[in-house]
Ligand binder design. Structure first.
Ligand code: SF4
Ligand code: SF4
Length: 378
C-alpha cells in the first residue's frame, strides 16, 4: 500500500465558519487525483465535520469508485457513548452514511484509559468482533492519544487488535506528554502496524517561521515544510500509512508528488528536522492541534471557541516575537467570535470539563488566562 492516507477531518469547506459546508466539487477533484494515482486509504470518523464527513466520503468517494479501488476507515466515537444500545445504532448509521457494506479498517476512536474501561464494561470489543466475523469489518484497531503504558495495556489485553493509530510528528516525537516515540515502539514490540495521525500537527508544521523554513529550503528548495513533516512519519518502518488532513487540491498535489515513489529521509535530512524542532519549541506557545474534540463534545458551559482562541493566540505570539507589537490583526478575529456569540476567554470558570477530552492533555483553563490577558480588555 502507498503510505499516504486521505484524512477526512479537514476537508475543503465553502464557509470558513461552518464545518459542515463541505465543498463537494473540490473534494471530488482531490479524490480523483488520489485514487487515480493509486493511493487507497481514506480515513473518516463519526464526529468529523460535525458528523458530515462520513456522508461526504459516501458521496464523493464510495459512490464514484469501484469498491476494490479504495479502502475505508471509520471509528466508533467512544467519547459520545453512554450506554451499550448506542453502539450498534451508530455502527449501522455509519454504514448508511458512507454507503459501504464493510469497513476495511475500523477503530475504537480516541481510546484513553477511561474510555478503554468503558469499552470493556459495555462489551464494545465483543460487538465489533461480531461485526468482523460477519464480514462488516476487515481489520479492527484503535486510535489513541494516551501514553505508552496505556497502549501497552490495551495491546496486551486485546491481542486481537490489528493496528493502532497514533499521533506522530517530528515536534512531538520526544514529547513527555504525547510520547510519540514510546507509543510507536510499544506497537513495534507487539507487532502492530501504525497509522499516523497529525503528522503536520493540525497544520502547525505547514506554516513555519521563516527562520525554520529557511533551514529546510537550504537543503531542498522545492520541498514544502508540510512534506518534510509527512516524510518524517512515513520514514518509520512500522508505519503502514500516514494520514494527511488535506483541505485543498494544491495540498493533495504536493503530497501525491513525493509519496507516489516515497524515499525515506536520510541521516542528514533528519538532522535538519531536529534543528527545526528545537527552533519551533521556542515559538509555539500552546501546542493545540485544532482537533476540535473539546468543541464537538459540547463540554464547555461558557461556549468558548477553545481551539480558535489558541490558534489566534499562537499567531499573535509569533507576530509579537517578530515585530514586537502587542496589538495585531488577531484581536479583530477574536472580537468577531465574541460578536458571533462565543464566550470570552475571561468567561472561563475553570470547570476543566474540556480538559478531560483533550488528547494533548492541555491545561486549557490555565491557558485561557493567558489568552484572556492577551485579548480581553484591549
Ligand atoms: S475550563 Fe473553561 S474552557 Fe474548559 S469547559 Fe470549563 S469554562 Fe470552558
Ligand atoms: S484544546 Fe485540546 S481538544 Fe481542544 S482542539 Fe486543542 S488539542 Fe483538541
Amino acid at each position: 500500500m502507498l503510505k499516504l492516507g486521505f484524512g477526512c477531518m479537514r476537508l475543503p469547506i465553502t464557509d470558513p465558519d461552518n464545518p459542515t459546508s463541505i465543498n463537494d466539487e473540490t473534494m471530488k477533484e482531490m479524490a480523483d487525483l488520489f485514487t487515480g494515482q493509486g493511493f487507497t486509504y481514506y480515513d473518516t470518523a463519526y464526529m468529523y465535520h460535525e458528523f458530515e464527513s462520513e456522508r461526504a466520503v459516501g458521496r464523493n468517494v464510495v459512490k464514484r469508485f469501484p469498491r476494490d479501488s479504495f479502502t475505508l476507515a471509520s471509528k466508533m466515537p467512544l467519547s459520545l457513548i453512554k450506554n451499550a444500545d448506542q453502539v450498534p445504532k451508530i455502527f449501522q448509521e455509519q454504514k448508511e452514511k458512507t454507503g459501504v457494506d464493510y469497513f476495511d479498517y475500523y477503530l475504537l476512536h480516541n481510546m484513553t484509559l477511561s474510555k478503554y474501561l468503558l469499552a470493556e464494561k459495555l462489551k464494545i470489543f465483543d460487538y465489533l468482533k461480531e461485526r468482523k466475523a460477519a464480514g462488516e469489518i476487515r481489520y479492527l484497531g484503535f486510535s489513541t492519544h494516551d501514553n505508552a503504558a496505556v497502549v501497552d495495556r490495551i495491546l496486551t489485553e486485546h491481542p486481537e487488535l490489528e493496528f493502532v493509530q497514533l499521533q506522530i510528528n517530528y515536534l512531538d516525537w520526544e514529547s513527555n506528554y504525547i510520547q510519540s516515540r514510546l507509543c510507536y515502539e510499544t506497537c513495534v514490540k507487539h507487532g502492530k502496524p501504525v497509522v499516523v495521525m497529525e503528522p503536520v500537527k493540525g497544520g502547525t508544521l505547514a506554516n513555519l517561521p521563516k527562520e525554520a523554513e529557511d533551514l529546510m529550503r537550504a537543503m531542498h528548495p522545492d520541498w514544502s515544510p508540510a512534506s518534510w513533516a509527512i516524510r518524517f512519519a512515513a520514514s518509520l518502518e512500522n508505519v503502514m500509512v500516514v494520514l494527511s488532513g488535506m483541505s485543498n487540491l494544491e495540498q493533495m498535489q504536493d503530497n501525491v508528488s513525493y509519496m507516489k515513489d516515497f524515499q525515506p529521509l536520510n541521516e542528514e535530512e533528519l538532522n535538519v528536522l531536529w534543528q527545526v524542532r528545537d527552533l519551533l519549541k521556542s515559538w509555539y506557545a500552546i501546542p493545540c492541534t485544532s482537533c476540535r474534540y473539546c468543541v464537538e463534545t459540547n463540554t464547555c458551559p461558557m461556549n468558548l471557541a477553545i481551539p480558535n482562541y489558541f490558534s489566534l493566540y499562537n499567531v499573535k505570539k509569533q507576530a509579537e516575537a517578530v515585530k514586537g507589537n502587542r496589538w495585531s490583526q488577531e484581536n479583530l478575529y477574536y472580537e468577531n467570535y465574541i460578536y458571533a456569540g462565543y464566550g470570552r476567554a475571561s468567561d472561563c470558570i475553570s470547570c476543566r470539563a474540556c480538559e478531560s477530552v483533550c488528547p494533548q492533555n492541555l491545561k486549557i483553563a490555565d491557558l485561557m488566562k493567558s489568552v484572556s490577558a492577551s485579548f480581553d480588555g484591549e
